[in-house]
Design a protein around this ligand. Sequence first.
Ligand code: GLC
Length: 507
Amino acid sequence: MRPFRVVHEAKASHYKARYSMKVLFIAAEASPLARVGGLAEVVSSLARALTTMGHEVRLILPHYGCIKVLSPRSKVKELAALNPRPRTSDIGPLKVSFMGRSEPATLKMTTLKEEIPVYLVENDQYFGGPEVYTDNDLERFLFFSLAIPGILSRLDWRPDIIHCHDWHTSLVPLWLKEIGCVFPTVFTIHNLAYQGAFNQQFLAVSGLSKVWQKHIPNDAPTPSLNFMSQGILLANIVTTVSPTYAAEILTPEYGEGLEHLLRYRQKELYGIVNGIDYEEYNPATDHYLVTNYNSFTVEKRVANKIALQKKANLPQDVDVPLIGMVSRLDEQKGFDLLLPAMESLMGKTKIQFVILGKGREYYQELLREAEQKYPDRVAVFVTFDDSLAHLIYGGSDMFLLPSRFEPCGLGQLIAMRYGAIPVVRHTGGLADTVQDTDANIEKGNGFVFQDYHPASLIEAVKRAEGFFYHKDAWQKLMKRNMLLDFSWEASAKMYQDIYRKAIKRQK
Ligand code: GLC
């Protein structure tokens, strides 16, 4: 558990780095341009935090059809004023040697929040559609990663460090080695469950078979047939998004079959907990909320709760505890615990549930059934909806994350910032950021359970409900959580140190 620091709301301390580094991020997602999950938020908010520290950060992303940008030649000023989208400019054509042919692409440039330059790799066949992910991702991200060396040689900007995020970019260290490029690399695992796994046939047709073992040290384990394994074995430093997850993934239970590779890199494997963007997630200014508030005015928060109950068609009653969830509907997120626990929770507690998320059909259906069975207690929104997500953070009393595994988790951090008390399973980043209130009355900030079992979840929720009825203690807990510091400041400094280490190692 990292020692929590407490911030004063008025304070905006900005640490300035003594040496500025040029950092190139390569990723499949960056918010708000292309956003599917937590990866997008972390890529953008870390990039911004490093920029604030004085580093020069740039990004490379695929140019998906969903990234709507205006060309600099666009004369439609009114449109730009009405809907201010970032502008792009063409840098020029690229040729990517790929699966035995030469595939054309265009390199474009835009900005993130008007401050961070973003290079976009445009190729209509692979990235022209609106979706970030499709069922052809192996080929699409092979192409994307192969475009990177050519881009580096085109730019009049030379990064000091290349930071690759998740499996989509984990072949980049391999391609750099292949052409003798000596850029230091950091590879961050945001979720080990997604590895870009393939079969022997793909190995042959992709051309990967020629290089698969080539740069792997002799004493290293054989890379498993997935993109992720090359990033783990070849990057100068490997990181993941919390210290507990960094330890967990060395074990067969959490290692997803890659634990032997991770153990081989154990000395260069670091866990750094994610931060959240404190400007974007600020209950005092959040325009999605019905009422803004801060830690001194938490009592105003009830207006958001009533608005949320109204929106969810649940009885509007401030004295009934309300649990919120904003989550991918996925096995990872613990729905196999929640669904069997639901029946019992309906009988043993008075709690209302508001659940927002999209994902597996199976969970969607079961949640809808629960909603039909308990219309006064359960509301389910199967969609992506930013405004509702913010209202859930700002209006629910508790925020549930019963994950089977959780590399970091951002929901519990946002919830604490908004005064919704987290109820979580003790795993990964949840273990690093939420301490049980009963175990530590002075410092606890939520309700934590250990076993991946419905009975443990039920027990934690019941404890949380019991605490909720002690209004004064609950208010104190909300205030304490709202003053905890989960901004990027501390973690971005750790990344800066990791970059220095990677640079030293590469020399
Ligand atoms: C993935 C993980 C999540 C993490 C996020 C950003 O979505 O599942 O735990 O917070 O990446 O690193």
